[in-house]
Design a protein around this ligand. Structure first.
Ligand SMILES: Cc1ncc(COP(=O)(O)O)c(C=O)c1O
Length: 385
C-alpha cells in the first residue's frame, strides 16, 4: 500500500531518527505555490522569479540578481560570464565543495589551491599571495559552515594584483563580515538554496553582481544564450539553468522568514556549544572571530586524534543511535576526478586533510527541537569516548 505524503511525514516526525537537516516550510510557501498552480504560471516566466531576484539582491545590497537552478549552476554561470581563457588561473581553497573547482575547470582555466584555517575552516589567507602568478585572474573566496573568510586581506591582494573576486556565499545567507552582508564582496557572488541552506527553494541558486554587463551576460548564459531580439538564434552556447516560478514562490516565502531563521540557527549553535563545552574529545566551532559572529549554518565538530578513530567510525556509531550526520568536504587535491586530469599532483594540504578525516557535522536543520539537540549531545557524550 502506498503511503500518503502526510503519513510519511508523521512517521518521520514520530520516529526516533534525528536527521542531519530538515527545513522549515511553515510560512507562506503553500499560499504562493497555490497561486502558481491556480494561475498556471509554473515556468521561469512567472512573476515570482523576478520578485525573488529583486528582494534577495536588495537584501544582500547588490544591484542585480539572476536566479538559477542550483548553487552549482550559479558558479558555472558566474565563471562562464567572467570569460576566463585557457591557462588562466583562479586561486581557491582545497577545502570546499567540488562545484567550486569544477566551475573553473569547465572554463578551461586552472584551479590553484590553498589550505584552510584549522579553526574557521576557511581558506588560509597567508597562503594566497604566494600562489599568485602572471596567469592568475581571480581569487574565489568560499565562506565555510558559518564563519566568513577574512575578506579584507583578500580584497587588498585583488587590488594590488588587479584580480577579480568570485565569492561563494552558498552557505552564508544573512551572515555579515565586519557588518557588511556576505554576498556583497565579489565582483560576482553566488548563493545556493538547497534545502539544507538557511533559506531554500528545493533546488536553486542565485548569481549577484553590481556590474550591468555581467548581469546581462549571466541572463543569457542561464537561458541557452537566446538572442534578445530573435528567439532561437544563439551567438554563444549557454545552459538551461532557469529557476521555475514554483521554486521562486517557495524562495519568497522563505525570504520573509530569514531573520527568524538566522536567530534560530544561532540559538542551535550556541545550545550545542553550551551542552558540549567541557567534553574534551571534540574541537567545537568558534563562536566568533574578530570580524564576525558564527551564524552556525551547520554545527561542525572535529574529533581529537587521541580518540583513535575517525569521522567515518564516529558517524557510524551515531547512526546506530538514530542520529544523522554529514561528512566534511573532501579536499579538491584528493578528488579522483581531478587526479585523472593530472591536476594537483603531489600537492599536500595537511590542515584540510586532517579536518576532512576527523570532521563531520551534526543535526542542525531549522526544524530541530531543543529536546532533539539534547538527545544528540547525550548520544555524542556516550558514543564518542
Ligand atoms: C560552498 C558551497 N558552494 C556551492 C554549493 C553548491 O550548491 P548546490 O548544492 O545548490 O548546487 C554548495 C552546496 O552545498 C556549497 O556548500
Amino acid at each position: 500500500m502506498e503511503k500518503s505524503q502526510s503519513n510519511f511525514r508523521k512517521e518521520i516526525n514520530n520516529s526516533k531518527f534525528i536527521p542531519v537537516n530538515e527545513p522549515l516550510l511553515n510560512g507562506n510557501e503553500k499560499k504562493y505555490l497555490g497561486i502558481c498552480i491556480d494561475s498556471g504560471w509554473i515556468s521561469s516566466e512567472g512573476s515570482f522569479v523576478k520578485e525573488f531576484e529583486n528582494k534577495f539582491s536588495q537584501r544582500v545590497g547588490r544591484k542585480f540578481g539572476i536566479a538559477v537552478s542550483s548553487g552549482t549552476a550559479a558558479l558555472d554561470t558566474a565563471l562562464a560570464a567572467i570569460k576566463l581563457k585557457k591557462n588562466d588561473e583562479v586561486i581557491l581553497p582545497t577545502f570546499t565543495i567540488i562545484s567550486c573547482a569544477a566551475s573553473i575547470v569547465k572554463t578551461g582555466a586552472t584551479p590553484v589551491l590553498v589550505d584552510c584555517d584549522p579553526l574557521t575552516f576557511n581558506m588560509d589567507i597567508e597562503q594566497v599571495e604566494g600562489k599568485i602568478t602572471k596567469r592568475t585572474k581571480a581569487i574565489m573566496i568560499v565562506h565555510i559552515y558559518g564563519l566568513p573568510v577574512d575578506v579584507d586581506p583578500v580584497l587588498n591582494l585583488a587590488k594590488k594584483y588587479n584580480l577579480m573576486i568570485i565569492e561563494d556565499a552558498a552557505e552564508m545567507h544573512g551572515q555579515r563580515y565586519k557588518g557588511k552582508e556576505c554576498g556583497s564582496f565579489g565582483d560576482i557572488s553566488i548563493f545556493s538554496f538547497y534545502p539544507n541552506k538557511i533559506i531554500t527553494t528545493g533546488e536553486g541558486g542565485m548569481v549577484l553582481t553590481d556590474n550591468e554587463w555581467l548581469f546581462e551576460e549571466c541572463k543569457k548564459i542561464k537561458n541557452l544564450y537566446f538572442d534578445k531580439e530573435r528567439r532561437y538564434i544563439h551567438e554563444d552556447i549557454g545552459w538551461n539553468f532557469r529557476m521555475s516560478n514554483i521554486q521562486a514562490a517557495v524562495g519568497l516565502a522563505q525570504l520573509e522568514q530569514i531573520d527568524r531563521f538566522i536567530l534560530r540557527k544561532k540559538r542551535i549553535g550556541k545550545l550545542y556549544t553550551e551542552l558540549l563545552t567541557g567534553f574534551e574529545n571534540l574541537q567545537l566551532p568558534l563562536d566568533k572571530t574578530n570580524y564576525s559572529e558564527n551564524i552556525y549554518w551547520v554545527y561542525p565538530i572535529v574529533l581529537k586524534e587521541r580518540l583513535g578513530f575517525d569521522a567515518a567510525e564516529a558517524m557510524k556509531r551515531l547512526l546506530n543511535e538514530n542520529v544523522g550526520t554529514r561528512h566534511f568536504f573532501w579536499p579538491m587535491h584528493l578528488q579522483p576526478a581531478f587526479k585523472k586530469m593530472g591536476l594537483f599532483k603531489n600537492e599536500r594540504y595537511p590542515v584540510s586533510e586532517k579536518i576532512s578525516k576527523y570532521g563531520f557535522y551534526i543535526p542542525s536543520g531549522l526544524a530541530i527541537t531543543d529536546d532533539q539537540i539534547e538527545r544528540v549531545v547525550r548520544v555524542i557524550r556516550e558514543e564518542l569516548r
